[in-house]
Design a protein around this ligand. Structure first.
Ligand SMILES: Cc1cc2nc3c(=O)[nH]c(=O)nc-3n(C[C@H](O)[C@H](O)[C@H](O)COP(=O)(O)O)c2cc1C
Ligand SMILES: Nc1ncnc2c1ncn2[C@@H]1O[C@H](COP(=O)(O)OP(=O)(O)O)[C@@H](O)[C@H]1O
Length: 307
């Protein structure tokens, strides 16, 4: 997938194209449907260009840029119009620039996409502009799941309440956080439960504090990924007077050194609330119980390691 920066003028080199417009945060089933529609309408050699609408920089996201772009590519997008981090531009100017730089045959758009709190497809400017350029506009309504509109906000709410299975159903894949293993307080090993601590995860939506069952993928090299069942502790660690929200994971049955490795952590099942234990012995006792419960769950799931 080619990433096109909007500072460049491209003339009509890529004509004709289908633009798919959305915020694409989460790349959930609603986003996937927009791209499926684009794939089914495009000729064999038709080009699908994604235009991610900017997200408020303060907002936590489900899929940071790298993950989102990888998924866009998997769903058949061949070019991505993207703003650099420093670029500040209105949605209107973003669309004008994009459309002026390409020969756009059609636009597939999320009906909910809005500009200045107004539905984009209802905005006079958008209607006039697309009519003037004779661009077909296909506006798709949001998917309805159990009488609820499928939105990124809904998935964020599910994660905030620990409902990771429901989030997984709407994403079409588990909620995954990717980070590097950093050093912590080195207490885990003394308790008999060493944990990899994930760094560089500030951009992510944080799931409800608690203990989860999950899966970790460890990137060994470009071609090798290893999977392990994990107990994830996500939260503030009140028992050891932790301050910041932290995501850490104990790999079931693993020994070895994982510092600095890149890992992806899938949240599969919420096991229990995070507790403030009166002492470390009480915490260890509970972690041993978590381990037995985790091992039971591990026997219920299949994943690449077992296949
Ligand atoms: C399975 C598991 C369950 C945990 N549950 C709690 C908990 O309920 N409350 C808490 O304060 N910390 C909990 N923790 C976090 C531990 O306090 C933390 O892993 C320990 O302080 C080691 O930290 P370190 O990795 O910085 O050495 C849990 C950790 C694991 C692995
Ligand atoms: N089963 C395991 N699960 C997680 N980490 C393990 C495991 N076995 C060994 N390790 C190693 O131990 C480290 C965690 O030990 P810990 O005492 O919790 O230190 P820290 O506080 O730096 O995370 C991990 O980063 C990893 O390199």
């Amino acid at each position: 997938m080619k990433i096109i920066n909007l500072n460049t003028t491209f003339g009509n080199a890529y004509s004709p194209v289908t633009l798919v417009i959305s915020d694409f945060d989460g790349m959930h089933k609603g986003h996937q449907r927009l791209l499926q529609e684009a794939n089914s309408l495009c000729e064999e050699d038709g080009t699908i260009v994604a235009v991610p609408l900017p997200i408020d920089k303060k907002e936590k996201v489900i899929t940071p840029e790298l993950t989102r772009n990888k998924l866009l590519q998997q769903y058949g997008v061949s070019k991505l119009f993207q703003l650099s981090k420093e670029q500040v531009i209105s949605i209107k100017d973003l669309l004008t620039l994009t459309i002026n730089n390409l020969t756009v045959e059609r636009i597939i758009i999320d009906e909910n996409s809005s500009i200045d709190n107004q539905q984009l497809t209802k905005s006079r400017d958008f209607i006039n502009f697309t009519q003037e350029k004779q661009i077909e506009v296909i506006s798709l309504p949001p998917l309805q799941i159990n009488q609820q509109r499928l939105t990124t906000k809904l998935i964020k709410q599910l994660l905030a309440s620990g409902q990771v299975e429901q989030a997984q159903a709407l994403l079409g894949r588990p909620y995954v956080v990717i980070g590097h293993v950093i050093h912590g307080e080195k207490l885990g090993r003394k308790l008999g439960f060493p944990t990899i601590n994930l760094g560089e995860i500030q951009a992510y939506v944080i799931p409800k504090p608690g203990v989860y069952f999950g899966l970790v993928g460890i990137q060994q090299d470009e071609y090798t990924l290893e999977y392990w069942n994990v107990l994830i502790s996500a939260g503030y660690r009140p028992t050891v007077a932790g301050k910041d929200y932290l995501i850490e994971a104990h790999l079931l049955g693993f020994t070895g050194d994982l510092y600095d490795k890149q890992v992806n952590l899938s949240f599969l099942h919420f096991m229990r609330e995070e507790e403030n234990f009166s002492d470390l012995d009480a915490l260890i006792k509970q972690m041993e119980l978590d381990k037995r419960n985790g091992e039971r769950l591990a026997n219920l799931v299949t994943h690449p390691k077992n296949e």
